[in-house]
Design a binder for this molecule. Structure first.
Ligand SMILES: Cc1cc2nc3c(=O)[nH]c(=O)nc-3n(C[C@H](O)[C@H](O)[C@H](O)COP(=O)(O)O)c2cc1C
Length: 370
C-alpha cells in the first residue's frame, strides 16, 4: 500500500514556506468568507455551510480510521491524535499515526508540547507528511498530560504558552490552530483569564481556534456549554470551531443562534460511533440510508490490519469496537465481551457472533460510559 510519507521527500526550502503561507491565507479567507464575517457577528448560516471536522482522538484518529472516514465521506478535515513532540522525533514516517494515503482529505496534525524546545526539528519531521495544518493541544485535562506540562496545563501558563506559540509560528508558516477549553474551572475570574489567553493566541498569529466548551475540571462528564459560543466567537478574533456534545445537525437545529457565528463544528465521540454521520449530514439527513453496521466495522478491521503491524492491530480495533458497540440497543453486552478479550482473534470472533444475531440498533447512541 502506498503511503505519502515513505515516498514524498519535501526539501526544506523557501519555496515550501511560500506554499505553507498560501495555505494559511486560503484557510483564513475561506473560513471568513464562508461565515459571512465570523468576527463581525454572523447573522446565521445554513447548516450545510459549516466546516465539519473530526476531533483529535488518541488511539482512534490514526490513518486507518481516517481512511474509513474518507471512504464514507462528508467531513472536511480530520485531526490526528495528539502527537507528543519529542516522541515524534523517533516515530517512523510510515507509522499509522503519521502517514497519509493518497486520497486522504485534509489532515491536521495535532501537537502535544510542553515548552518551546526543539519545535523546529519536530515541525521539520512533520513536513514530509504534508500537513494541511498544525494544531496545538491546549485542551487535554488528563492528569498524565497535565503532569508533564501539556494540554490544559499549557493553557494555564500564559508565558509558557506564548513561548510555544511564537516558536511554532516562527517555524511553521502554514495554517496554525489551537484547541482549547474554557479554562481550568469556573472559579471567579475565569472569563478574564480566558479573554487574556484569546488575546495571546491572536497576537501570536494563530489562524483559528477550536473549543471544547467545558472546563478542564469538567473532563467529558458535564454537558458542553454551547450557550457561551456567541461570546467566544465575538471575542476570539479568529474563526472558531465548536466542539463538545455535537451529535449531528439536530444539535445545531435545536439552538441555531448559538452556532451562528461559528466557522466549523467538530465531532469527537459521535464520529467514532457513527463514522457516516458526516455523510448523513451532507447527504440529506433523514433520507440518508445508513450503511450496514457490520460492514463498516469489518472495513475498519481490514484497514487497521493493512496499516498496523500484526501485533499492534489489537488495541486500535478493541478501542474502536468498544465505542462502536454504542450503536446497539444491548451494546453493553458487546462492550463487555470485547473489552476483556485476551487477543485479536477472540475479539473478532466475539464481535462476529454478536453481529450474527442481527442485534437491535439504538436510536440515540449514548456517549456516556457503559
Ligand atoms: C477516546 C478519546 C481520545 C481523545 N484524544 C484527544 C486528543 O488526542 N487530543 C485532543 O485535543 N482531544 C482529545 N479528545 C477530546 C476530543 O477531541 C473532544 O474534544 C471531546 O471528545 C469532546 O467532543 P465530543 O463531545 O464530540 O466527543 C479525546 C476524546 C476521546 C473520547
Amino acid at each position: 500500500m502506498a503511503d505519502c510519507c515513505a515516498t514524498i521527500d519535501v526539501p526544506l526550502s523557501a519555496q515550501k514556506h511560500e506554499g505553507e503561507k498560501r495555505m494559511a491565507r486560503e484557510m483564513s479567507s475561506h473560513e471568513s468568507n464562508s461565515t459571512g464575517g465570523v468576527t463581525q457577528g454572523c447573522p446565521g448560516r445554513a447548516a450545510d455551510k459549516f466546516v465539519l471536522a473530526v476531533a483529535p482522538m488518541a488511539g482512534i484518529t490514526h490513518s486507518a480510521f481516517r481512511r474509513l472516514l474518507t471512504e464514507l465521506g462528508g467531513c472536511d478535515q480530520i485531526y490526528t491524535e495528539m502527537l507528543a513532540g519529542t516522541a515524534l522525533l523517533g516515530e517512523r514516517p510510515d507509522s499509522p499515526y503519521l502517514k497519509r494515503h493518497p486520497g486522504d482529505g485534509k489532515v491536521i496534525y495535532q501537537l502535544l508540547l510542553r515548552d518551546a524546545n526543539r519545535i523546529e526539528p519536530i515541525v521539520d519531521r512533520l513536513r514530509s507528511c504534508l500537513p494541511d495544518g498544525l494544531d496545538l493541544n491546549c485542551a487535554c485535562p488528563a492528569a498524565r498530560v497535565r503532569r508533564v506540562g501539556g494540554g490544559s496545563d499549557l493553557f494555564d501558563d500564559a508565558p509558557r504558552l506564548e513561548a510555544v506559540l511564537r516558536e511554532l509560528r516562527r517555524v511553521w508558516t502554514g495554517p496554525l490552530s489551537v484547541k482549547v477549553r474554557l479554562g481550568r474551572d469556573s472559579s471567579d475570574g475565569w472569563r478574564e483569564a480566558f479573554l487574556d489567553r484569546l488575546r495571546l493566541i491572536r497576537d501570536c498569529g494563530v489562524n483559528s481556534l477550536s473549543i471544547n466548551l467545558r472546563f478542564a475540571a469538567d473532563r467529558l462528564t458535564r454537558p458542553a456549554r454551547h450557550e457561551l459560543l456567541p461570546w467566544v466567537c465575538a471575542e476570539a478574533g479568529v474563526p472558531v470551531t465548536a466542539n463538545g456534545d455535537i451529535t449531528g445537525p439536530e444539535t445545531v437545529a435545536a439552538h441555531p443562534e448559538r452556532f451562528a457565528a461559528c466557522a466549523g463544528l467538530m465531532l469527537g465521540r459521535m464520529a467514532v460511533v457513527r463514522p457516516w454521520v458526516f455523510a448523513a449530514w451532507r447527504g440529506g439527513g433523514a433520507d440518508y440510508a445508513a450503511p450496514d453496521l457490520a460492514g463498516v466495522w469489518r472495513r475498519l478491521v481490514t484497514l487497521v490490519r493493512e496499516d498496523f503491524e500484526p501485533e499492534k492491530a489489537f488495541r486500535p480495533i478493541r478501542l474502536f469496537t468498544c465505542w462502536y458497540s454504542r450503536n446497539f440497543a444491548f451494546g453493553n453486552t458487546l462492550f463487555g465481551r470485547v473489552c476483556y478479550a485476551p487477543d485479536l482473534e477472540t475479539l473478532l470472533a466475539r464481535t462476529e457472533a454478536f453481529l450474527a444475531k442481527n442485534p437491535a440498533v439504538a436510536d440515540n447512541p449514548s456517549m456516556r460510559d457503559f
